[in-house]
Design a protein around this ligand. Structure first.
Ligand SMILES: [Zn+2]
Length: 880
């Protein structure tokens, strides 16, 4: 049976591999539609395999997809057809000896590979993406992370591909008799096939070097097309910072003589940590002040760090199976977040990460695809590269850090790396190392890996004035998720502080500690604080110490007080968000009940004092001035009334802009100066606040204020200011002003891949009426390509994920549009299709007709014909 219904894979079925591959020799002869792959595998029986001794040798199972098998031989002899069987996705080979050499010749077609998994062509350059299961599209292989092998790779290519790269160190480079170039690479470290990489192209390189802590010299190279060669400096600087940081904070040194990064235009993800040869989406590595925004500069620093950190957390110690994906991703996201926090504003980094978690990850937890950090089953592993595995996984690691402290955590990570270097291990091994190094018991904490859903903490308090005792009572619960109706209590570190009437932190013990981490482990628990003269105001979940929702009946006055006084900058921001959320909820209610809308004057006053506070970091001020996004409001609603959310938020933004016009203008003028561009934290903070003010000012639609945006657009010397001004014009100016600006922008930057992507995204996310029609037109523009994921994400993804207002238009056309695109994309690139469909999988949470329309759109995807395994899994689970 060839077209099997997608099969579910379960963690509980894990078995050690029957055979190991000690060495892998690969030989590629590159041709666009006819690449020849020869592999020579030294194979032996796995002593740890689960068949009893004396039993016959089990067949050797190899994975393989879209391959043309040319020949198969064992120990130099051709294997007759009677000794092997072709499976729908691989081969089963009859084995006679416990040790043997297997040789396979097969053919592949990189040019027609639009899935961007395996080996493919991108703008005339060959490159690979093998995680999670792409290697099986290159050759037959036991494509599972617990089979680790030493790879030697020879690449033979025509002379128009002078750069031929793979993992490890280059050991040979020569011209063949027929005039082609031949290069061989050898990787001394055993690795799973998912970390294999190959690149061939006409590329330029930027070089630098790094001296490791033990004094070894490492050559650093970034490869890109000639036109982008001046856009690599920031990535190179970031790489060197990351290498130093990992030595200082984790004691991890780089291990090869060379570290290479390659920028590729067609890429399904951000970047990939292949051993010694990281492959990056060009959008995540290339930047110059004229062409990239501050956000891009920061994203590059964090992604370069992330992929580099994987060299230890992922490559040297890897995952046993894909259920353990968070072992490498959760840990590495935590590492890159701390790196970014050390390089930039810690509080702002935390706010950005938590905002993402609270909108998108909490929504995942509440949706049809909800799964634990370590999932129990999947149909297609590509669907589990999720915010839950990455971001919530990082929060879980952060909680361990909070529970053990910086030193204890470092002891744990040292033991983990030492114990498991060169091995493929599990999340359990990670926690066990943390426990053993610190002599603690994290048994209950492990539930964070196995239970899905966002826990809720209901907090209440009581003050006994006679005894000076304050009691905080915490009740925890967690909503049901698919397959998990009942949850056991989590172990939750709850960081708290208590504020006195003067706004200062009260001492919580005789030593004068002002912050404590409460260990919440039971369904209901009471924590007492003594020696208090007055009833304090609690500051709960400081620094967002756990990925949970906290409910406490704060009054408006109390939130205003926290917003002004909390010593925890994160909670200061969060108090403002809670306040805004309450105000926006009231507006939604008023709108539904037909009352006139009015913004609470206290909220306006609070925003005014934030705006005028010159002591706060301007980046934090910018964050505090931003209202919760429509997506956040939707996520926090029991049932989503999209129209009320849109109306309430637009009204509040407009009312704030009107009321604070003078202050916004003052602040804008104060920060609008001609400093030379530097992507440094202090300057980024000022630009961020300035452009936040500009965006508010343009909401008023007043000609004079729009003229400010126009002037900034015309005079900007960097992309941050230019793009911010253009965004304001596109959202708030009329066509006479916005259209020429968009045209001149395109005219100027049409040759620059990254700027064109920004230009596309800026239009697809416009809240203006008629954006859907504009998006359809953009798809006809020469700059759009359905086979290029970055363009798809900018136009279709921008519209569906980052344009709440227009995507949720009442006629449901936005949903129909997304369904159409997903169906078309599924035939080209199933991974992208499956990710893009997410917004319409949440139909159950929507009220009224809109929910029905969303459901119909999703249904139309299901009924469109045969779906890829990726898309089938997401759609079928969401229709239930
Ligand atoms: Zn990663």
């Amino acid at each position: 049976m060839k077209d099997a219904q997608p099969r579910t894979v379960y963690l509980k079925d894990y078995r050690a591999p029957d055979y190991l591959v000690d060495s892998t020799r690969l030989h590629f002869e590159l041709q666009p539609q006819d690449t020849l792959v020869k592999s020579r595998l030294q194979i032996r029986r796995n002593p740890a395999a689960e068949t009893a001794p004396g039993e016959a040798l089990p067949p050797l199972l190899l994975d393989g997809v879209d391959l043309e098998l040319l020949s198969l031989s064992i120990d130099g002899e051709l294997v007759p057809a009677s000794r092997y069987r072709e499976l729908p996705e691989g081969l089963s080979i009859h084995v006679k000896n416990p040790e043997f050499v297997l040789e396979i010749h097969n053919r592949i077609n990189p040019k027609d590979n639009t899935s961007l998994e395996g080996l493919y062509l991108s703008n005339g350059m060959y490159c690979t993406q093998c995680e999670a299961e792409g290697f099986r599209k290159i050759t037959y292989y036991p494509d599972r992370p617990d089979v680790m092998s030493r790879f030697t790779t020879t690449i033979v290519a025509p002379r128009q591909y002078p750069v031929l790269l793979s993992n490890g160190n280059q050991i040979e480079r020569r011209t063949t008799e027929d005039g082609r170039l031949l290069v061989t690479w050898e990787d001394p470290f055993a690795k799973p096939a998912y970390l294999f990489a190959l690149v061939a192209g006409e590329l330029q390189t930027v070089e630098d070097s790094f001296t490791t802590v033990s004094g070894r010299e490492v050559k650093l190279q970034i490869f890109t097309e000639a036109k982008n060669i001046r856009k690599c400096d920031h990535a190179m600087r970031s790489l060197k910072k990351a290498m130093r940081w990992d030595e200082e904070v984790y004691g991890r040194e780089y291990d090869l003589d060379i570290f290479m990064v390659v920028a590729v235009d067609h890429f399904n993800m951000g970047a990939m940590e292949n051993k010694g040869l990281n492959i990056f989406n060009s959008a995540c590595v290339l930047a110059s002040p004229e062409t990239a925004t501050d956000a891009t500069f920061q994203r590059i620093e964090s992604i370069v760090g992330h992929e580099y950190f994987h060299n230890w957390s992922g490559n040297r110690v890897t995952c046993r199976d894909w259920f353990q994906l968070s072992l490498k991703e959760g840990f590495t996201v935590f590492r890159d977040a701390e790196f970014s926090a050390d390089m930039n504003s810690r509080a702002v980094k935390r706010i950005e990460d938590v905002s993402l978690l609270r909108t998108a990850q909490f929504a995942e937890d509440g949706g049809p695809m909800a799964h634990p950090v370590r999932p129990d089953s999947y149909m297609e592993i590509s669907n589990f590269y999720t915010l839950t595995v990455y971001e919530k996984g990082a929060e879980v690691v952060r909680m361990i850090h909070t529970l053990l402290g910086t030193e204890g955590f470092r002891k744990g990570s040292d033991l983990y790396f030492q114990r498991h270097d060169g091995c493929a291990v599990t999340c359990e091994d990670f926690i066990a190392a943390m426990e053993d190094a610190n002599g603690v018991d994290l048994t209950q904490f492990r539930r964070w890996y196995s239970q899905a859903g966002t826990p809720v903490l209901e907090v209440s308090d009581a003050f006994d004035a006679a005894h000076g005792t304050y009691a905080l009572t915490v009740r925890q619960s967690c909503p049901a998720t698919p397959g998990q109706d009942k949850k056991l209590p989590f172990h939750i570190p709850l960081a708290v502080g208590l504020l006195g009437a003067d706004g200062r932190d009260l001492p919580l013990d005789p030593q004068g500690t002002t912050q404590k981490v409460l260990q919440v482990t039971e369904t209901e628990q009471t924590f007492s604080f003594t020696g208090l003269k007055e009833k304090p105001l609690p500051s709960l979940l400081r620094g967002f110490s756990a990925p949970v929702r906290v409910r406490y009946g704060y009054s408006t006055e109390q939130l205003l007080f926290l917003m002004r006084n909390d010593s925890d900058e994160f909670n200061r921001w969060d108090a403002g968000q809670r306040l805004a959320f309450m105000a926006l909820e009231q507006l939604q209610k008023d709108y539904r009940e037909g009352r006139d809308l009015q913004l609470q004057p206290q909220l306006v006053d609070a925003y005014r004092s934030v705006l005028q506070n010159r002591e706060l970091d301007p980046a934090l001020v910018a964050e505090m001035l931003a209202l919760p996004s429509a997506q956040t409001l939707a996520e926090q609603s029991e049932r989503i009334d999209a129209e009320a959310i849109i109306v309430a938020r637009e009204f509040a933004r407009g009312a704030l802009a009107e009321a604070l016009k003078g202050e916004l203008l003052d602040c804008y003028r104060r920060l609008d100066c001609d400093k030379p561009y530097r992507p440094e934290a202090a300057d980024i903070a000022e630009r961020s606040l300035k452009n936040t003010c500009l965006a508010y000012l343009c909401v008023t639609g007043e000609a004079e204020l729009l003229a400010l945006a126009q002037a900034q657009f015309e005079n900007a010397a960097n992309m941050t200011d230019s793009a911010a001004a253009l965004t304001s014009l596109v959202n708030h100016a009329d066509d006479d002003m916005a259209k020429p600006a968009l045209e001149s922008f395109y005219e100027r930057w049409q040759q620059d891949t990254q700027v064109v992507e920004l230009w596309l995204g800026l239009q697809s996310t416009s809240a203006r009426r008629g954006t859907l029609e504009a998006v359809r037109e953009l798809m006809q523009h020469p700059a759009f390509e359905l086979t290029n994921p970055n363009r798809v994400r900018a136009v279709i993804g921008g519209f569906a994920n980052r344009n709440f207002t227009q995507f949720h238009r009442a006629d449901g056309r936005g949903f129909e549009f997304l369904a159409e695109q997903v169906i078309a994309l599924d035939k080209l690139n199933p991974q992208i299709a499956a990710r893009l469909v997410t917004p319409i999988t949440r139909w159950k949470k929507y009220t009224g007709e809109l929910g029905k329309k969303m459901h119909r759109a999703l249904q139309s995807v299901m009924e469109s014909g045969k779906l890829s395994r990726d898309l089938y899994e997401v759609v079928s689970k969401s229709l239930v």
